[in-house]
Design a protein around this ligand. Structure first.
Ligand code: PEP
Ligand code: MN
Length: 263
């Protein structure tokens, strides 16, 4: 169902703030995790002011260590809903299990499926039953064929609103957190009509590399970005090293506008 042979024109998804797919580029931005009302509202206000079309923020965090910050849960969802109400930005947040789908759908405009859950087939089927867009992250050890098969689990349940997100894969390179597979963008776009986005934050692992990776993704043809930014990144409870300061996010958005206009 994802194939360009089945649908020979790009899928364009429409949000209240803009579109993604075809020639349309949308940027989702916000903190890695929802940590407090103040932190999330501050981030929501400035990402909107600098031109983001969507707010991201994890209420449920899939942490590698069970002892690390796990997110605020339902309280986090309520904070995201408040941020949407104030800014008008649609909200995307991660859903970790099939049982959570209904709850997250009450608060969010789009589901995020994390890299660690990219082959959690019951979860993919559960969001396939929902009628909201899904940002599906590529698993860190997934081939592109496997990635598309995960998308098929969602599409085959009737939810055609799937965005594929390249977020870096495991390679032998240790300088970056993951290796952003820029090739995934043109390859996926030659196979599928679905929008393809890039997450430059998790592969970079370090904020100074986020802007170049984001621009590389867009130059390769990505239809959107999902970027982490935090009002006080040094104090972030997760992914502190890679979250952009506000001024860096503003710089990114200015460059994104220039690049997109030139493409
Ligand atoms: C995130 O977006 O904060 C996240 C956990 O991403 P990923 O699933 O790509 O690691
Ligand atoms: Mn993160």
């Amino acid at each position: 169902l994802a194939s360009l042979e089945v649908q020979p024109f790009p899928t364009v998804l429409e949000f209240s703030t803009g579109k993604t797919g075809g020639g349309h580029v949308l940027v989702a931005a916000g903190p890695c995790g929802v940590e407090s009302r103040e932190q999330t509202l501050r981030a929501a206000r400035y990402v909107k002011a600098h031109g983001a079309g969507m707010l991201r923020g994890g209420a449920f965090k899939p942490r590698t260590s069970p002892y690390a910050f796990q997110g605020l849960g339902v309280e986090g969802l309520k904070i995201l809903a408040e941020a949407r109400k104030e800014t008008g930005l649609p909200v995307v947040t991660e859903v970790l299990s099939p049982e959570q789908v209904e709850l997250v759908a009450e608060y969010a405009d789009a589901f995020q499926i994390g890299a660690r859950n990219a082959q959690n087939f019951p979860l993919l089927q559960a969001v396939g039953e929902a009628r909201k867009p899904v940002l599906l992250k590529r698993g860190m050890s997934m081939t592109l064929e496997e990635f598309l098969m995960s998308a098929e689990y969602i599409l085959s349940r009737g939810n055609m609103q799937v965005i594929l997100v390249e977020r870096g894969i495991r390679t032998f390179e240790k300088a970056t957190r993951f290796t952003l597979d820029v090739s995934a963008v043109p390859v996926l776009k030659s196979w599928t009509h679905l929008p393809v986005w890039v997450d430059p934050s998790h592969p970079a692992g370090k904020r100074e590399w986020v802007i170049p990776l984001a621009l590389a993704g867009l130059a390769a043809g990505a239809n959107g970005l999902i970027v982490e930014t935090h009002p006080e990144p040094e104090k972030a409870l997760s992914d502190a090293a890679q979250q952009l300061h506000e001024h860096e996010f503003a710089e990114l958005m200015a460059k994104v506008r220039r690049l997109v206009a030139a493409l």
